[in-house]
Design a protein around this ligand. Structure first.
Ligand code: ADP
Ligand code: MG
Length: 384
């Protein structure tokens, strides 16, 4: 077991890293963050912020010398970085688990190879792959295999011709072509798994997206108990087969009443933010515990919760989401939010708001799910 006042390492300085730093600090640990952005949200509150590239070996040597263990808050850490650090100190999740989650071809193949539910897809590496793709995949979504997020690097394609044009638009980078599924709704499961193989899952969350970006999470999901149980079981199988250690997020589609895995995130997940305010142990507490070899905490949710993301367009008067008609830049008026019973506001300390950028979120908690949802929607209307 790694115990306080040990120093932990975090690769990535975004908001997920920032919440990890807070959780680790509360538990008595120190945290060093590696992120090339000098203003990164996690770097601001870390004990030390190494402002360096992820492949800067001098910085990695410093991290390995100071930290008892290292984890990550984003899936695009180069595998070489994780492998290098793992020569010196424990790294969780492992390079191989992160490698599966950071490449959509590897991810879909992993699901297919393990008999886990997933939608129809084809790996696209060349024009020929599109010519030969099953006609049943259209209309579909072409997604770059690497570095896509918040709906970026994706194109809806009605036909083979459109898929070809989109593939060329992505400079013929490796892609997956997925069938466009009719979505009843989307759910996610966040869980933690320890090195000993112990698994604790949070109740599943129900997610709605706007323009490909998570907008609202309702937790627990309003899904049937049976569907929620199945989602948990599938997420646990994924974690076990990846030999996963840490906090893992699994996104699902519910299509015509059936569950299919959409994608996995080898880190805490945006749809698990409410666990800070509504669960006995948060997804970030679990990340610290799993990394340090502590027993995992109790994931029980003590309150109904609704989480609403606050995106950068809120910082512009009358801000249009597409960024074409941005009004004056100003801080939103937070006073309306603070008056809402059961609401907690979390702002990430990002220096500049851009449309679509995740700047913060709020969570409303309470005893009655319907009241909580009503208050959250009213709060959102009041500021947006
Ligand atoms: P990201 O990495 O940007 O989160 P996702 O693959 O999760 O990428 O896609 C973002 C959102 O786009 C999904 O949550 C879903 O709402 C929609 N979407 C993606 N793929 C499909 C699909 N095959 N069928 C229907 N909707 C999809
Ligand atoms: Mg997603």
């Amino acid at each position: 077991m790694i115990l306080p006042p040990a120093t932990l390492g975090m690769l990535g300085g975004g908001q997920l890293g920032r919440f990890f730093v807070s959780a680790a600090h509360e538990m008595g640990y120190k945290v060093w963050v590696l992120d090339p952005d000098p203003h990164s949200p996690a770097g601001q509150i870390a004990d030390r912020h190494l402002v360096a590239a992820y492949e800067d070996f001098a910085a990695l040597d410093q991290l390995a010398a100071e930290c008892a263990a290292v984890t990550t808050e984003f899936e695009n850490v180069p595998a070489g970085t994780l492998d290098y650090l793992a020569k010196f100190i424990p790294v969780h999740p492992s390079a191989s688990a992160v490698g599966v989650c950071q490449n959509r071809i590897a991810e879909k193949s992993f699901l297919a190879d393990n008999g886990l539910p997933h939608g129809p897809f084809a790996a696209i590496r060349s024009d020929e792959d599109i010519a030969e793709a099953n006609a049943g995949l259209f209309p579909g979504v072409l997604k770059v295999a690497r570095f896509g997020y918040d709906g970026k690097g994706q194109a809806r394609v009605a036909s083979r011709e459109e898929a070809l044009a989109a593939f060329h638009g992505f400079n013929r980078e490796a892609c997956v072509l997925e069938k466009l599924l009719p979505l009843d709704y989307e759910v996610s499961v966040v869980l933690a798994r320890s090195a000993a193989g112990e698994v604790r899952a949070f109740p599943s969350g129900e997610n709605s997206h706007r323009h490909g970006i998570l907008d609202v999470t309702i937790a627990p999901a309003r899904a049937s108990a049976c569907l929620a149980d199945t989602a948990q079981q599938v997420a646990e199988q994924i974690a076990a087969r990846l030999g996963y250690v840490g906090t893992l997020g699994v996104e699902f589609f519910v299509t015509r009443g059936e569950l299919v895995v959409n994608e996995m995130a080898p880190r805490p997940h945006n749809s698990g933010h409410h666990t800070i305010d509504a669960c006995v142990t948060s997804q970030y507490d679990q990340q610290v515990r799993a990394l340090c070899g502590l027993p995992l905490g109790e994931p029980r949710q003590h309150s109904a919760a609704v989480m609403v993301n606050l995106l950068g367009e809120l910082w512009y008067e009358g801000g249009a989401h597409d960024g074409t008609q941005l009004g004056k830049y100003r801080e939103p008026d937070w006073s309306a939010l603070h008056a809402v019973p059961g609401l907690r506001l979390h702002l990430y300390g990002k220096h500049h708001a851009r449309p679509g950028r995740k700047m913060g979120h709020f969570t409303v908690i309470g005893d009655d799910p319907a009241t909580v949802l009503e208050r959250a929607m009213a709060a959102r209307a009041a500021i947006g």
